[in-house]
Design a protein around this ligand. Structure first.
Ligand code: WTA
Length: 649
């Protein structure tokens, strides 16, 4: 269960409100309050209107077919995502406008106009074809934040191949699991990547990951160059630069994709140890994503959009690649860390490129708070006109800090609730219309029908809590879990057969505003990254000394949640500092650094109910230094004593 008490206490005390600035409202894309009622009356009609902002090669003949839990949107329509993001802009006034501004960690930058980006995407599309990639084939992408990353995605989209990006912070083992599950034919990676001036040997990880998989080729981008330490396997491994040089320079005609053809898979953590391949299709995703740019982000032709996420996560897919580019905006993509070389790097980027829209995560804001405002004060941030957050509930103090120091007490902040599964923002303010409250993602977007309900599915009263549900399909919703439709049905539609269950707890206030409290399942949100407790537990029990492990997310002032692991050892092993380090290293190796437990507690037994279920609440209380609370459900009361010894409070 989510740790509701603390969140709720702070959130419910929050009563500040911020009305939209009339000047902003006047210029806003969405400034007619009737939009909500209109969309609610006829969601399909509303989405049909939004679909007009996408270029279709052939019109659809039906907006929605809904056989719960399976939805199809824009049936019969043909389109291409890359065409919508790049080519259509090349044909008009945006041809020579900056599409992508890339800033490398070491300070270099590259600017691609729409026309230049289009040429790169076309060459990459030819290259993929030359490598035998066909429509529907899966291409795994394990790249740092270099321009070849969005170019690969768009090239896949252009030929109709399905990309599956694996965040470059994942281990070779996680990469391998995903390659296997997706049955990918090609892996695109880099020689290595830079992180805070240090190299991460991506190609070496890739070599391990492709063992025993169907991958025929590894395509290697030179992101680091001469200094990188890696080897190439004859016949299997190819350099991106060499292959691109060989590829045709002719325009690549966009593959007409069915609205329901898959655009991409993106793996995300769930309650079992196995990540789910979330399936997004072309038509609905593009319509939904583009709509959210126009509504929530009030996107304009002049906008310079900077989303600080990594393209390895859904936020980067939607708000670095498909969203801003489909809207014809200029997007800023930054390769590295926010504190490299100094803690003002983001502010420096905002000033340097005249960023208008800055979209980041609460965990980053809390880090900026810790560093102090002096890093911003050195920079001119007056180009900014809209701020956004995503990834986890934002605590009101962080919201206020963002408002005061970055927003100069006047910019709208859009706190956007959504998920890998939803494709784009779902609950969020419309900046020209919605009065915001720090800590609340406010209301569902027009066309989205969401509510907070109790176990029986009754809408909760105002000022009560329950679980968030989405009661009507929406265009950019996931269509299934790759290769596991049963899991899709059970996870998201198991409890309420016609409603989508996101797995988040929420509270509804007297104005009907939604306050997201956090996950209700065994998913931990560390710095906005979703990590399944089961994944971490199975990595830990993979260590030969470990008998059993239970993992929980405890409150953390910066990361939102941090991972604590409770471990019982096999006979003959002693709980040493060395073992703690080994176990932590094991998790980094198996999953990736972001899943590394902050602390390991050794205990003789884990607290369990009579039916053998681990009582995580007790563990969380220990990790947070709180009283154990009610222990009556424990099967073995002697465990209490052991746990008390761990208790640091
Ligand atoms: C959490 C990231 C509160 C939530 C786009 C959700 C949020 C999970 C918010 C999805 C927000 C995301 N307020 N919680 N504004 N945004 N979350 O799939 O628990 O990486 O279920 O998608 O992040 O994480 P995912």
């Amino acid at each position: 269960m989510v740790n509701e008490s603390k969140n709720l206490d702070t959130l419910l005390k929050e009563s500040r409100t911020f009305k939209p600035n009339p000047e902003f409202t006047q210029q806003a894309n969405f400034n007619d309050p009737n939009v909500y009622a209109e969309a609610e009356k006829d969601p399909e009609g509303y989405w049909a209107k939004q679909a007009d902002y996408i270029t279709w090669f052939e019109p659809y003949n039906k907006v929605l077919e809904w056989h719960p839990p399976h939805a199809k949107w824009f049936l019969g329509g043909k389109l291409n995502a890359a065409y919508n993001c790049v080519d259509r802009h090349r044909e008009g006034h945006r041809k020579n406008k900056a599409a992508l501004i890339w800033e490398g960690e070491k300070g270099s930058s590259k600017i691609y106009t729409y026309d230049m980006l289009g040429r790169e995407v076309d060459k990459a599309a030819h290259m993929l074809k030359d490598l035998g990639i066909e429509k529907g084939d899966r291409v795994a992408v394990y790249l740092p934040m270099v321009p070849e990353l969005p170019i690969t995605l768009l090239a896949c989209a252009k030929i109709g191949a399905i990309h599956t990006v694996v965040f470059a912070g994942f281990s070779s083992k996680s990469l391998q699991d995903r390659i296997e599950d997706a049955d990918a034919k090609l892996l695109v990676t880099a020689d290595a990547s830079w992180r805070r001036g240090k190299q991460v040997p991506l190609k070496q990880f890739a070599d391990e990951a492709v063992r025993g998989t169907a991958v025929k080729h590894i395509l290697v981008v030179n992101a680091v160059g001469d200094e990188a330490d890696f080897s190439m396997k004859e016949g299997r491994d190819l350099y991106w630069d060499e292959q691109i040089a060989k590829a045709s320079k002719a325009p690549y005609p966009a593959e007409p994709m069915d609205a329901e053809d898959i655009l991409y898979l993106l793996y995300t953590s769930g309650t079992t140890g196995k990540p789910k391949g979330i399936v997004h299709t072309t038509g609905g995703y593009m319509v939904g994503v583009n709509h959210s740019l126009r509504s929530v982000f009030d996107i304009k032709d002049e906008d310079i959009f900077f989303c600080s996420a990594d393209i390895g996560w859904v936020t980067g897919h939607t708000y670095i690649v498909y969203g801003p580019l489909s809207a014809g905006a200029t997007v800023v993509m930054y390769e590295g860390a926010p504190d490299y070389p100094e803690r003002d790097r983001f502010w420096d980027i905002i000033e340097k490129y005249g960023v208008t829209t800055f979209y980041t995560a609460p965990t980053s804001i809390r880090t900026f708070m810790k560093w102090g405002p002096e890093y911003l004060e050195k920079h001119d941030l007056s180009s900014l006109r809209l701020l956004g957050t995503v990834g986890e509930p934002i605590n009101p103090e962080a919201w206020m800090w963002f408002h005061k120091y970055v927003g100069n007490e006047k910019l709208p902040i859009v706190d956007t609730w959504w998920q890998t599964e939803t494709g784009c923002a779902m609950v969020a303010p419309l900046p020209g219309l919605t009065t915001t409250k720090p800590g609340s993602a406010t209301r569902p977007l027009p066309g989205i029908i969401a509510d907070v309900v109790d176990e029986e599915g009754n809408s909760v009263d105002y000022n009560s809590g329950g679980t968030l549900v989405i009661k009507h399909p929406w265009p950019s919703m996931l269509r299934t879990v790759w290769g596991d439709d049963e899991r899709f049905k059970n996870t998201y539609f198991g409890q309420y057969p016609e409603w989508y269950l996101p797995g988040d707890g929420a509270h509804k206030d007297e104005d009907g505003y939604i306050w997201i409290l956090g996950r209700l399942d065994d998913v931990i949100n560390v710095s906005g990254h979703r990590i399944g407790t089961m994944e971490v537990e199975s990595a830990i029990v993979g260590h030969p000394a470990v008998a059993e492990a239970a993992v929980i997310g405890r409150d953390d002032a910066i990361k939102g949640q941090a991972i604590s692991a409770f471990v019982t050892l096999k006979e003959g092993y002693d709980p040493t500092d060395q073992l703690i380090n080994d176990i932590k290293a094991k998790v980094s190796e198996e999953i990736g650094k972001m899943a590394r437990p902050e602390e390991i507690y050794f205990t003789g037994d884990l607290p369990k109910t009579r039916s053998g279920k681990i009582i995580r609440r007790l563990l969380r209380n220990i990790a947070e230094g709180k009283d154990l609370g009610d222990t009556t459900s424990l099967a073995d009361q002697s465990v209490v004593e052991q746990l008390q010894r761990l208790y640091k409070g």
